[in-house]
Design a protein around this ligand. Structure first.
Ligand SMILES: Cc1cc2nc3c(=O)[nH]c(=O)nc-3n(C[C@H](O)[C@H](O)[C@H](O)COP(=O)(O)O)c2cc1C
Length: 432
């Protein structure tokens, strides 16, 4: 799929749209598939290499967002970086708080911040914790969110040999920042080769590609059942938990397919998404997927509607002609019940939402569901708890396995909870 971005804070993340420059994404490799990289460009002549760095990262699968200092904009034009990446370059900070949208502590944040080229000025400011430019503000924010930072210095030899700069680089290295290069040539501290920079980024991000080669099927969001062509029965699910799992799985190298009901957040662009409306459509889509492709794992997060009208009206029910309405409901078919029959080797993770139950009862009811569906794991949350369940940015869950071992994931962002769930899945599906 061809993609592009106009930076927009949406549900704490970044909204992607289409742009033809993105047709190169993944043409050289998949090592960075699913990764969002912020490329910060500062005022060095080596900025002429930044478009090539951006496009090489993209060819290895990354989505690149550019942030430029004012001095960088005197050396290369932001339009060039927009052409290179398919995303408009950030040239100033505005009310959209671009530094937070890109690198703040939220589920949609970038995976890595790369400063290439980095001037002596920007390196020293970063090491002193100063943030007075677009670039230094993004890097400061990334530090606080523990996003990996890679810095690629480029400057004249005499600037590079300044003892305070040497000290500042050492200080940043002790804080975990990775430096690439420079190449000392012709009295200059030249920017490292593009291949060296991209290799360093791949190395830094490939820690944690534990789902590489795995096919994951995720159901997400609510489904809806029609009473008439206009009115529906649905539930309060937002799709955020399922999408957080899909995003995390993509980041960890999985090939992800999402069967998505009508949730309010966008699925990751790197996943294949099948949009459905009703529980029956979701059930059919899941079984078709399981039959047509070897999915190693199915994580059934969707809150499929449990009830559907026995006889939906084929026309709009008029409130003028009808003073009361009785709608008879019948239960929908449970999606997960036949999964093991259709695809016995798919590792099945069921999800269950309960309301204000004591922990013991929560575990009992979830475990019963695990046995009924022959699931391998069940994740249960009590949506009556503050900050947990439908529509929230956070969740708190219990993960229960076939041996009834319970892992408690305390209240955390849905992305963090997704991480923990995938850690447990990974532990179980790895051959011992
Ligand atoms: C044409 C030109 C080339 C420059 N090249 C470099 C360079 O390679 N490295 C560097 O550290 N500074 C270089 N500078 C100086 C920086 O642009 C200057 O220190 C500026 O304040 C950096 O701002 P920034 O770090 O916010 O981009 C250059 C300046 C000009 C005008």
């Amino acid at each position: 799929m061809i993609l592009s971005i106009d930076l927009e804070v949406k549900n704490g993340g970044i909204l992607l749209t289409t742009h033809p420059s993105k047709d190169i994404v993944g043409t050289k490799g998949k090592e960075l598939k699913g990764s969002h990289i912020v490329l910060c460009v500062t005022g060095s002549v080596a900025a002429i290499q930044s478009p090539e760095i951006a496009r090489t990262l993209m060819r290895h699968g990354a989505e690149v967002f550019v942030v430029m200092s004012s001095m960088a904009q005197k050396i290369i034009h932001p339009d060039l970086m927009e052409w290179a990446t398919g995303n408009s370059a950030i040239t100033e900070l505005t009310g959209k708080i671009e530094h937070v949208a890109l690198a703040g502590e939220h589920p949609g944040r970038a995976d890595l911040v790369l400063v290439a080229p980095a001037t002596a000025n920007t390196i020293s400011k970063i090491s002193c914790g100063i943030d007075d430019t677009t670039v230094t503000s993004v890097v400061s924010t990334a530090f606080g969110s523990q996003i990996p930072i890679v810095i690629v210095p480029a400057m004249h030899g005499s600037m590079y040999n300044h003892p305070i700069l040497t000290e500042n680089i050492k200080k940043l290295e002790t804080l975990g920042v990775e430096f690439v290069g420079p190449r000392i040539e012709e009295g200059k501290a030249k920017i490292a080769e593009t291949s060296e920079i991209v290799d360093a980024v791949i190395r830094k991000l490939s820690v944690g590609q534990d789902f590489s080669g795995f096919h994951l099927l995720v159901t997400a969001g609510p489904t809806m059942e029609h009473i008439d062509p206009i009115r529906v029965i649905t539930n309060r699910s937002s799709g955020k938990m399922g999408i957080a799992i899909a995003e995390e799985a993509v980041k960890r190298g999985a090939d992800v397919t999402v069967v998505y009901g009508s949730g309010s957040v966008a699925p990751p662009s790197e996943a294949s998404t099948i949009y459905v409306e009703t529980t029956e459509q979701m059930r059919e889509a899941v079984y078709t997927e399981l039959k047509s492709k070897k999915h190693n794992v199915l994580i059934a997060v969707a809150a499929a509607a449990d009830w559907t009208p026995k006889k939906p009206y084929p026309y709009k029910i008029s409130t003028h002609k009808t003073s009361s309405l009785n709608v008879k409901l019948k239960p929908t078919k449970k999606i997960i019940d036949q999964v093991k029959k259709v695809s016995p080797n798919t590792f099945l993770v069921a999800f269950r939402a309960e309301y204000k139950l004591p922990k013991k009862k929560l575990i009992e009811s979830a475990y019963k569901r695990l046995l009924e569906a022959q699931a391998d794991l069940v994740v249960v949350n009590d949506i009556g708890k503050k900050g947990a369940g439908f529509g929230t940015e956070t969740n708190e869950v219990l993960i229960i396995d076939k041996e009834k071992k319970v892992t408690h994931v305390p209240l955390a962002s849905k992305r963090e909870v997704a991480k923990k769930i995938l850690d447990v899945v990974n532990e179980k599906i790895r051959p011992k």
